[in-house]
Write a protein that binds this ligand. Sequence first.
Ligand code: CP
Length: 316
Amino acid sequence: MKNFINSSDIQDYNYLLGEINKCKNGLSNSKSILKNKVLGLIFFNPSLRTRLSTQKAAINLGLKSIVMNFKDDGWQLELDDNIIMSGNKAEHIKDAAKVISQYCDVVGIRAFANLENKEIDNSDKIINSFVKHASIPVLNLESSVAHPLQALADAVTINENKNSNKPKIVLTWAPHPKPLPHAVSNSFIKMCKINNYDLTITNPKGYDLNTRITDGIEIIHDQNKAFKNADFIYAKNWSSYDDYGKVLISDNSWMVNDNKMKLTNNAYFMHCLPVRRNVVVSDSVLDSKKSLVIQQANNRTYAAQIILKELMSDEK
Ligand code: CP
């Protein structure tokens, strides 16, 4: 694997899930294989899980990691080409990518959507510029449109808990006071498609996601109806895609609670975290035995470890 930018960069998802399972159960031969190699982790946005789980994965592989909070500590980056840089942007992204490639053997980038301009966000300029100009493998730590490491950890978690090859999974929109990006939902949908899961999406009218992502998936605008017989409920907020970046609903009628979970087939509850308690989901659901959120977070380490190993497979 040259870079890990989207779920589709994984050629054999089943093989990778097997490798992650071996890694988690101590059966992998990946311990310390990347000694003396350096992982750069560049964050344009906050993180708890991605930052720490990827560093933990690096420790397990023997990789050293360098972390930079680029927004606070880096120069403002110019993203456009052929531009006279006489404004407040001091460094061009192509130079930054080439320089980081001198210090690191692999680089992870987190750069969220701005939710101001759909076209700009969809071009995923920061991560794609790194892919174009860096001379080392690039790992997506959540870009404008994709969070494939989260989706991989989610697939591991579903695999560990499913009772059939085709579990019924419902991705439900849930309320949030702030406009949030679409990356987690996009990658979760792609992952479910790759694994041939029985996926339904439920969201209020006005919140349909990018049709290029949801193509072929049933979208139900009645949450109670969608929850019926589900084996897994995956909750996530996203801002409107059509009315780009807007919050259209401020009441709590779509919050996941016990009454809604009772409509399901005793479903597991999933969320990528961080989650706003009693806004997105009630305490009772989040703290119940059916909640998988901590298992999802734990699986981030093993997913990152195997992806880093794949990215560095020519470097051992
Ligand atoms: N789920 C996830 O990516 O968490 P962080 O934003 O804390 O990294």
